[in-house]
Design a protein around this ligand. Sequence first.
Ligand code: G4P
Length: 549
Amino acid sequence: MSDTSNFETEVLRRRTFAIISHPDAGKTTLTEKLIWHGGVIREAGEVKGKSGTKSATSDWMTLERQRGISITSSVLQFDHHGLRVNLLDTPGHKDFSEDTYRTLVAADSAVMLIDVAKGVEERTKKLYEVCRYRNIPIFTFINKCDREGKAPLELIDEVESTLRMNCYPITWPVGLGGQFAGLYHRLKKELMVYSGKYVGDEPLEIVPLSGIGDPWLESRVRPEVLAQAREEIELIDGTLGEFSIEKFRAGELSPLTFGSAKQNFGVDTFLDIFCDYAPPPGEREAKGAVVQPLDRAFTGFVFKIQANMDRRHRDRIAFIRICSGRFERGMKVHHMRLDREIRLAFSSQFVAQERETVDVAYAGDIVGVGDTGHFQIGDSVVAGTRVEFEDIPKFTPELFARVTVSDAMKRQKLQKALKHLSEEGAIQLFIDPAVGRQDPVLGVVGELQFEVLLFRLEDEYGLEGAKIARLPLAVARWPRTSAGAPVESLAGHFTLYRDHNEQPVILLEKEWDLNWVKKENPNVEFFTSIQAARQTRPQLNAQTELGER
Ligand code: G4P
């Protein structure tokens, strides 16, 4: 195969996606089963770490393990049906929604996981809005069919009305909970019989369409359950036409499938559907350019920075989403923000517990490169071209504090630690120009971020006894003229803080104060961070501004 056709084949077989869900819907369980089908793990339980003895792949931080929550994101890679699938793990906890948002920026599609009993929950709605904003195609997986739940038609109605997106059921459950008898595949016209126990790689019992009226089947499933499923399937078949891949790729139609992640039932079917429809890497907007994945010049951006992933090495990894071209270990790239050449010396991908060295990667892939302090979230790296990707906007923080250490000798160390952690996106720093960088105001979106911060200051930087002093602030706004230019002075007595980009920002106690400032400065507009970053781009549904609460 020629080099060009090999390159194209490699790029076009990449499928990069993330799972979005409300906590407890079964994301960890589904991830585990997906990578089991991908042949990455052999034993169920290798990923699950909440109550088991083995640590979850992504739960590498001690605190995560103690709290039983998945805070950070990692990337899992496996091959299926000739495709190279990259699954980006996302944290479930709402305090880390910004992390999830950044991860979705790196994905080409998403799977919305819904608990059959709970339906569309709050976190799912917010994450869904992020996907819509980016027009990412969305698959829907209705989980926990081995448990009692809402009637499937009711659920679909709920998804369609709350999320304003049409669904296209490809499978349909016959009964739920104690009556769950299997999944009917509408396109293949066969029923996969659920035997009520872990399926694993045992062959499934498949019954053809006619089998639904089969006396053998009727002897196993209560007639009214079978009759109802038949009625529902007829109704759907009669109403829905052909699946439209165009509508799916435009984010307007979601292929929907049912299953039980825990019982590993329906997961392989989902994976097949995913492989049939998921898009390869798409084009990416850059400042003044559109980057195509098949462009030969390497481009990528940093969407995540993670310190201390491997406690034995005490290192920091920058995760780069490759947008075009081919990555080679050790290659020299141009760091656009710093305007200098750097070498991407050490690179890795993460497969279950193991970190594997990567020599070559292609558009669509994620590589983790060693970072000695050069990278910030949103940085672009390129080779043989000069393009800069759009900045990844930060969420508007709502909780503010200063951090103190009693030992004056440790202040400098604290300053350095805070800088690192802000580059990672774990916190935001606001500098009062009159005070300087030694005593920044910290902003976060959720309470747990402060807790994690204190833990990490002690654990990773040896800053024992650091204390959080909460500030009575709750509102951050970026003052701009109506044309979008930053405003350097305002009527009234305010500190104009500086954000990470040196942009002026005001921090206020309450919304009421903001109204007052607005009255005093009628020609100034006050934007949330995402609005400020995205003024020229279409706005989201105002109530759901990318998960800002
Ligand atoms: P999350 O990552 O989305 O937060 O969810 P996770 O996979 O941890 O699953 C949350 C709980 O739901 C777990 O129960 C898990 O076993 C259960 N679960 C996931 N998928 C299914 C399913 O298809 N059917 C049923 N019945 N349960 C499912 P747990 O009690 O917290 O943990 P465990 O003791 O079962 O491991």
